[in-house]
Design a protein around this ligand. Structure first.
Ligand SMILES: Cc1ncc(COP(=O)(O)O)c(C=O)c1O
Length: 356
């Protein structure tokens, strides 16, 4: 057998250690899941569909694609579903990167862009954040004739920061046609700022070098089912469609996704809940005199000094959070919002850890 070096050199995914050092239930605040859970309509749809899982799913997820297209006022040919948006990132790298090709991205953003680029033998080019936000002019300056993909995470995981419509418009205007802009909008439904970019009109107007990634894992509360999707130009979508496994989106995910999409009340409740959680965190962190990054998502990045030691101390008190040193942001921990009771318990655990 011959192993490829660029795959051998990849770090293996390390799941969060849940139990070490703590007796009793551990609260996971490390994956930006929806603390309210899935829509009750999605649960009911799943229960009704269970008896049919001996059947293969619709390989093209046609009904879900139609529903997603309708919501965006695009054609179904502009939509593709995937096994989580993580799979879409993988497919984009598979389909667009040959060994030696470059993918430009921020340092201090979602790690899959980096890992999947390496996996294809591509060259990740990483640009530090500026004020914890994507430095778009610097990303543009890094583009070369070998740049096939440019990733922007807006809002950014793990800082929660956003780039404005004007900033993104300037980016789009300055990226060459043969570089595909991958706009990861996993947290779009949480955003409240008025000048956040709506990029669907770009696609309606026929722009080819832009693809928008969305997911059912965050506000829709379906992380465990693995369901993501992309809006893009039909040429790009049909190209990616050839690169995917035949049955990449399972039947239950398709059914639950449709039901969840239909329950926009649950989405609104989840957004309100994230806003209330953020307000609570801001007030409590101010009382503790801790610096945090103002974001627009269902998590917050907090400056705690020694992120690794503090995350460990918090875990011993029953909460998993994400230290960000490994993301190029030493000193910060990322904390997903839990139920309001968990949020209060977490703040107490954080205060205790910092005192210890
Ligand atoms: C910015 C961003 N993109 C993509 C993903 C992957 O989402 P999914 O669960 O749909 O694969 C995540 C998950 O944390 C994320 O934060």
């Amino acid at each position: 057998m011959q192993f490829k070096d660029h795959i051998l050199n990849l770090p293996a995914y390390k799941p969060t250690r849940l139990l070490a050092g703590h007796q009793g239930e551990v609260v996971k605040l490390s994956s930006n899941e929806n603390a309210l859970g899935p829509s009750p309509r999605a649960i009911a749809a799943l229960q009704a569909a269970m008896a049919n899982v001996h059947r293969y799913p619709d390989s093209g997820a046609a009904t879900l694609r139609r529903a997603l297209a309708e919501r965006a006022d695009l054609t179904p040919e502009s939509v593709m579903c995937s096994n989580g948006s993580d799979e879409m990132i993988f497919l984009l790298c598979t389909a667009f990167l040959s060994p030696g090709d470059e993918a430009v991205m921020a340092e201090g953003t979602f790690i899959s862009y980096f890992l999947r680029t390496l996996e294809m033998g591509g060259k990740p080019v990483r640009i530090p954040l500026r004020d914890y936000t994507h430095n778009l002019p610097a990303l543009i300056d890094t583009i070369t004739p070998r740049t096939r993909l440019l990733f922007v995470c807006n809002p950014n995981n793990p800082t929660g920061t956003t780039n404005s419509a004007a900033e993104i418009a300037a980016l789009i205007a300055n990226v060459p046609d043969d570089t595909l802009i991958v706009m990861d909008e996993a947290y779009i439904e949480f955003v409240t700022r008025a000048d956040y970019p709506d990029l669907l009109p770009e696609l309606r107007n026929g722009r080819r070098n832009l693809i928008l990634l969305r997911t059912f894992a965050k506000i829709y509360g379906l992380a465990g089912l693995r369901l993501g999707y992309a809006y893009g130009h039909p040429d790009v979508i049909s190209y990616l469609d050839r690169a995917r496994p035949t049955f990449n989106v399972n039947a239950l995910a398709q059914i639950a996704g449709l039901a969840a999409l239909d329950d926009q009340d649950h989405v609104a409740r989840s957004r309100d809940y994230a806003n209330a959680s953020r307000a609570m965190f801001v007030s409590e962190l101010n009382k503790l005199g801790l610096h945090y990054i103002p974001g627009e998502t269902n998590f917050v990045a907090i400056n705690v000094g020694d992120d690794i030691t503090v995350a460990e101390g918090i875990r011993e008190r029953g909460f998993t959070v994400t230290p960000l040193a490994g993301w190029g942001l030493p000193g910060l921990i990322r904390v997903s919002f839990g139920t309001m009771e968990q949020n209060h318990q977490f703040i107490a655990a954080l205060a205790e850890t910092l005192k210890a």
